[in-house]
Design a protein around this ligand. Sequence first.
Ligand code: M6R
Length: 583
Amino acid sequence: MCGIIGYIGFRSASSVITEGLKHLEYRGYDSVGVAVVHQKKLNVRKDKGMVQDVSTKLDFTSMDGHMGIGHTRWATHGGVCKENAHPHTDCKKNVVLAHNGVIENFSALKADLASKGHIFDSETDTEIIAHLIEENMKNSKTSSFKEAFFTSLKSLEGSYALAAFAVDDSEERLFFARKNSPLVIGVGKDELLAASDIPAMLKYTKTFVPLEDGDVAILTKSGYKVYSLDGKEVSRKQMTVDWTAEMAQKGGYPYFMEKEINDQKHFINESLASDVTAAKSLIDQYENIHIIACGTSYHAGLMFSYLLGERGMSAQAYIASEYPYIVKPNKNTLVIAISQSGETADVLQALRYAKGCKKIAITNVVGSTITTIADCVVFINAGPEAGVAATKTFTCQLGIIYKIIYGKEKLESLSSLIEQMLKTEKKVKEIASALAKSENIFFIARGKNVPIAYEASLKLKEITYIHSEAYPGGELKHGPLSLISEGVPIIAIAPDDETLAKLFGNIKEAKSRGAKIISLTNNLDVQKESDFSIKLPELSSIDPMLYPFAMIIPLQLLAYHVSVLKGINPDRPRNLAKSLTVE
Ligand code: M6R
């Protein structure tokens, strides 16, 4: 996964692109580059590193020109180095190209191009596309870049969102193409953009045109046209979003993650305002429900399956990448896919596998690919999430799931509950200091608190690099207990509900083997057994069904504070990216 952006208009292209890349960095942040053309002269600057550092070092914004492209990379083919950073060019430094995705037949294409004399500067699959276009321009009678661009796309297998231009093109224009990787055109006044995601363009427009698979878009100063691969013009719907540019900023917080954790008290209300009627009525019609998702969204899906199960319905949550190996859905199966980005390749593949089934998508991103595949779409309305660690989108996913199951009335206190739990931060910081040097941290819970334990453990490991596992309490004795020795932290998710009696036994089991117990509880006996405890609201003041919302907030804060204490940037954990458009 990578982020791409292109600009044509009246502003400094390099400034617009650099600004946009900061918003796309969540998609990949190992290297960055910008290419602009000015009076038929190409200027490419790129290097490994994050946008802020590289753009300052190479003075991106001093590059003249009103048309250009930019890229922020998450390496797939070739290591992290300047040569592999995008944009890439052909032998003549005429064709300029940036790419998000994976070209699966790149080895064969590369060998063929090499045999025709092409010399490559990088190890990437992307560079071969620039050379392929160069080769096809040689072979076309007119040497037309447009013709060669279309011809080249037909040879590519795999996934791509491409941004490209030719320095010697007959007119100033940018080319874009998409197949299984997101791409949206931003339509401004006398200026046009295209990027992997909307927040990168919000400063300039609120009008967008999401492209579909197989689309090619050509942007000039006077407008845009969209074509199918065979060159026929097609029309694509424009839409407007009510996201503001400020929503995509840090708003005074040091990291997006902290802002996004705090924003949950507002966005939960936006989420609860979403219309779930159609989804609810579909769910009521089916006896067999499969929920597919990855990572954090999978944990929301798991919660969904517990809650539907409580209602006597047969619902199973599957990790999307495993789904095709486990079951064969049929027309009597309702498939619910949960994906914040709506672009996760594993989820899209699983949805495509569920041919013939009715499909519901629960997503945050208007115009994302998942919305084009599903029969029914529910938006979680969480606003743009820039931190790699999902926080507000998880609570908003839960908000939607709860609304589908319980209706909105019972959820009206959620915003104030979240606000109340944000006030545990002082205690959380104290616990973070005690845990920051740990090598292993375990989470335990039972029943529908288990998805919260999984999610808290994922959050912690992803941004602190501390090894962490979560288990249903009953599983401890079946193996993991052998890992518990003096001082090993166990975080027990122990609200005073139907799971407590048995979980209390598991806490004692661990404690008697030396574990350091950190609890989230509103039960006095559990508090007494604990080395540290985060207080949940008194039983008299909370509807027990809302415990998951109360518990996840301090656990997100805990991961965040441990990360910061360890000197890690929680928004950009190593080896990860926000939107995973490769399988
Ligand atoms: O966009 P999606 O919800 O489909 O993303 C799925 C996972 O990649 C994602 O939830 C990931 O696990 C989170 N970044 C973890 O915080």
